[in-house]
Design a protein around this ligand. Structure first.
Ligand code: Z15
Length: 831
């Protein structure tokens, strides 16, 4: 029998678990032969990549299976992280780091004449997210596994992730992201755990055999969700958790029906419609689109996931009443907020639970993270649309709302205005379901993602909810994983650090503080600078190859890499560039610190102004980079297709990190943390986590400029007139006039008019108000950069004081304050 096979023998014979260099090489060649079906003579780079990926996967599987077995045996309390986005980045390098075999494998590959860097380049990264929110989810999965917390990530397996960005004639052009076309060695389909979800139709009400009034949902469409699992290994631990992503398919039974009636094409059409659900990621960051398909996607993955969790619960012989004891569900923004209603429906309609008990379980299960203060990002669904897709959920929302408003009335008598503001239904015009309100009412915990952001939520966006439920609110400042964003992406700096303070900083980032003892050590400073220089040279080569622009690695690398949005103010940096250029034109011999300005980031395809800003960057670059008067002292580079892979090249090479959003607009930011961790200095406003970064690194090591949130509010309230700044600041006027005149657009004075007009007449993000302060601050940056000893000192202190911003710290905070979940140790017992 299967049980009789000696497990130890199986491990050794199979060669699939050994981690020494010889075994890894042998396994790799085995996979090339048996999985890819190739001799080395015919193998492509992709064959080699796949053979290596399967070699790594075998080592993951051993840990994964043991982890699952352990959790099942112990019935461990588990975190379920619900997110419409997981921006994982390439798996290969990260898994090698977390397995602790990166160097062995690099050497083994070298012995076979292969470059590990080149093999890693082969991997198509799963870009199943837009920006900060999706990447945060990925960092959190890494930390959950590293901290041995039982957890599941639940989301959607988009066939097309975030679009690939091309630049043509300076404009962004979108191409579909076919990340699955070469196959995905990191996932395993689990069709045996498929579930069905309902859509559309109507509800019926009846009295059951016990005389109870009940409801049922009669859908007009049924769709199947198929889970695909990816193992998420922690750093130097046996824990391998699961990212479970759902793909939509038409159920066999459904096309059967049409097929029987002879409507073959109709059946195929139904199938196509069903499969649309998981076809494509909506490419908007920080704004909501209000499209039916988007709501369908949200409901689809949430319903699949909750049904899956009920299956797991039953599999462990736990009663449904224990749902909230077994699981803590985190809602990553309001995208999965429909969960609140879906769990109620499953408990009440499918499992005959009474309302009170269902509600207790539901609100003890969920916790909600808010990621934005921007009004355009707050999700609302027109009642019509909502009711036609989810008729039963709309009924349940009305019931939840009635009970909720009864509570509000008791707590705040005679305050009709408050009830109108807080209702789950917006009735001011066309009626909408307010998803943030639903998330607040249906959760026991609500958090913002940086101290300032949480404070503003409480004071402003969610003020009524804070007054109603002050105990629900906490702050959970974001963090980033040092495994991917230091150990993997900046191996030289990581090794230097480890040579000085040992390697426990990788799991305990606060230990970086010990670097402070070397801050004035000349030898250490030289090494620190040498490594930064090395990373800059590598990025310079990348720029030469991709943009055909020669940049000087000795120049100050001034970088802004993030999604394009007016509130992030990439165009404020542009105004600085044009100002420096104007100074040179006025006096070509002027003494200036040579700078390379590097931009990266995508614009939502429908966001005209963001795309125009990209065009302006490229237009300014075309002029500045070629003007002989500049003598190469300024370069402007737009790196296309900013993604996780490119981000890993960029952070180590940055001298200056641009974090220049209008105060009160960026919820947290996480790029700000990755840059500083890699020794970049920040020029930034008092916004999001910048505030806390500055607190940690010390105000003398941070370039601060700009209005505070309060000052912005005040100016807005008292009638802000950007044009006044234009008329009173000569450099600002010159910069704007240059752009408006067509100087950067071959004489076309129309091209950038929408941008210029907006700044002169609206400027809702206060660029003109912050311009003088920004320019003065940049002049200071330039002065400090000339003193390389001082700069290096500041750079070391920045990295040394970033300990707080590890995602391990964030996750520990969530575990302690919200999830109430403990680590579970996993031992390797089987292969
Ligand atoms: C997104 O990436 C963020 C917020 C959103 O509401 C959406 Cl829809 C997408 C970002 C914030 O803009 C950023 O400040 C924050 O650091 C990040 O989420 C993670 O919390």
């Amino acid at each position: 029998s299967l049980d009789a096979i000696d497990l130890q023998d199986r491990c050794e014979l199979s060669n699939r678990t050994g981690m020494d260099s010889e075994t890894l090489k042998r396994a790799f060649l085995n996979n090339l032969f048996y999985v890819q079906g190739k001799f080395p003579a015919l193998a492509t780079t992709n064959d080699y990549y796949m053979a290596l990926a399967y070699t790594v996967r075998d080592r993951l599987l051993q840990r994964w299976i043991n982890t699952a077995a352990t959790y099942t045996e112990l019935g461990s309390r588990t975190v379920a992280y619900f997110s419409a986005e997981f921006l994982m980045g390439p798996h290969l390098g990260n898994n090698l780091i977390n397995l602790g075999i990166y160097d062995q494998v690099e050497q083994g590959m070298a012995e076979l004449g292969l470059s590990l860097d080149e093999l890693q380049e082969e991997e198509e990264e799963p870009g199943l997210g837009n920006g900060g929110l999706g990447r945060l989810a990925a960092c959190y999965l890494d930390s959950l596994a590293t901290l041995d917390i039982p957890s599941l990530g639940y989301g959607i397996r988009y066939e097309f992730g975030i679009f690939d960005q091309d630049i043509r004639d300076g404009w962004q052009v979108e191409r579909t992201d076919k990340w699955l076309s070469a196959g995905n060695p990191w996932e395993i389909a689990r069709p045996e755990w498929s579930v069905e979800i309902k859509l559309g139709g109507h509800t019926e009400h009846y009295t059951d055999d016990h005389g109870n009034y009940r409801s049922r949902w009669v859908p007009d469409q049924v769709v199947k969700g198929i889970p695909y699992d990816t193992p998420i290994l922690g750093y130097q631990t046996n824990t391998a958790n699961t990212l479970r992503l759902w793909t939509a398919e038409a159920p066999e039974s459904f096309d059967f029906r049409s097929f029987n009636s002879g409507d073959y094409l109709g059946a195929v059409y139904e199938k196509m419609i069903s499969e649309n659900i998981s076809k494509v990621l909506y490419p908007n960051d920080d704004s909501s689109q209000g499209k039916q398909l988007r709501l369908t996607q949200q409901f689809f993955f949430v319903s699949c996931s909750l049904q899956d969790m009920i299956r797991i619960l039953h599999g462990q012989n736990l009663p449904l009443e224990n749902f909230h004891k077994k699981f803590a569900v985190q809602l990553n923004d309001t995208h999965p907020a429909i969960s609140v209603v879906e769990l109620m429906r499953l408990l009440i309609d499918h499992h005959q639970m009474d309302w009170e008990q269902a509600w207790t379980i539901t609100h003890q299960t969920f916790a909600y993270t808010n990621h934005t203060l921007l009004p355009e990002a707050l999700e609302r669904w027109p009642i019509e649309l909502f009711g036609s897709l989810l008729p039963r959920h709309l009924e349940l929302i009305y019931e939840i709302n009635q009970r909720f408003l009864d509570e509000v009335r008791i707590k705040f008598p005679d305050d009709e205005e408050r009830m109108i503001r807080m209702s789950l239904i917006d009735e001011s015009g066309e009626r909408y379901v307010r998803m943030a309100h639903l998330a607040c009412v249906g959760s026991h915990a609500i958090n913002g993602v940086a101290a300032l952001h949480t404070e503003l939520l409480q004071k402003d966006v969610l003020r009524d909810f804070y007054e109603m439920y002050p105990h629900k609110f906490t702050n959970k400042t974001n963090g980033v994983t040092p495994r991917r964003f230091m150990v993997l992406s900046n191996s030289q700096l990581s090794k230097l650090i480890t040579s000085k303070i040992g390697d426990s900083w990788i799991k305990n980032l606060k230990e970086l503080q010990q670097l402070e003892q070397f801050v004035d050590d000349a030898g250490f400073q030289v090494e620190w600078r040498r490594i930064k220089q090395h990373s800059k040279t590598e990025l310079a080569t990348y720029i030469q190859n991709n943009n055909n622009i020669t940049v000087d690695p000795d120049s100050l690398f001034d970088i802004q890499a993030k999604r394009f949005h007016e509130y992030k103010r990439q165009h404020l940096s542009l105004l600085h560039i044009v100002t420096l250029y104007n100074r040179i034109k006025a006096n070509p011999d002027i003494e200036i610190t040579p700078r390379t300005f590097i931009f990266g980031g995508k614009a939502a395809p429908g966001y005209f102004m963001a795309k125009l800003i990209i065009k302006l960057i490229n237009s300014v670059g075309n002029v500045v980079n070629r003007d002989p008067d500049v003598r190469g002292r300024l370069k402007v580079v737009f790196l296309k297709d900013y993604n996780v892979k490119l981000a890993q090249r960029i952070y180590p090479a940055a001298d200056l990190s641009e974090q220049i959003s209008t105060a009160g607009k960026e919820a947290s930011g996480t790029g700000n943390m990755k840059f500083a961790l890699n020794g970049a200095l920040t020029i930034g406003t008092l916004d999001g986590a910048n505030v806390e970064i500055r607190e940690e690194v010390g105000e003398e090591n941070f370039f601060l400029f700009g209005l505070t949130t309060e000052e912005v509010y005040h100016k807005r309230a008292h009638g802000y007139r950007s044009r006044d700044y234009y008329h009173t600041n000569a450099e600002l006027k010159l910069a704007i006039d240059r752009i408006a005149s067509g100087f950067f657009s071959q004489g076309d004075a129309e091209l950038f008019r929408p941008l210029v007009d907006d700044l002169l007449n609206q400027d809702q993000y206060f660029l003109f108000a912050d311009y003088a302060s920004y320019i003065a601050c940049q002049d200071q940056v330039a002065a400090v950069y000339k003193d390389q000893t001082k700069w290096t000192r500041m750079s070391i202190l920045n990295a040394a004081r970033m300990g707080k911003f590890s995602s391990d710290r964030s996750i520990e905070d969530y575990c302690r304050d919200i999830w109430k979940v403990e680590p579970v140790n996993v031992e390797l017992r089987q292969c």
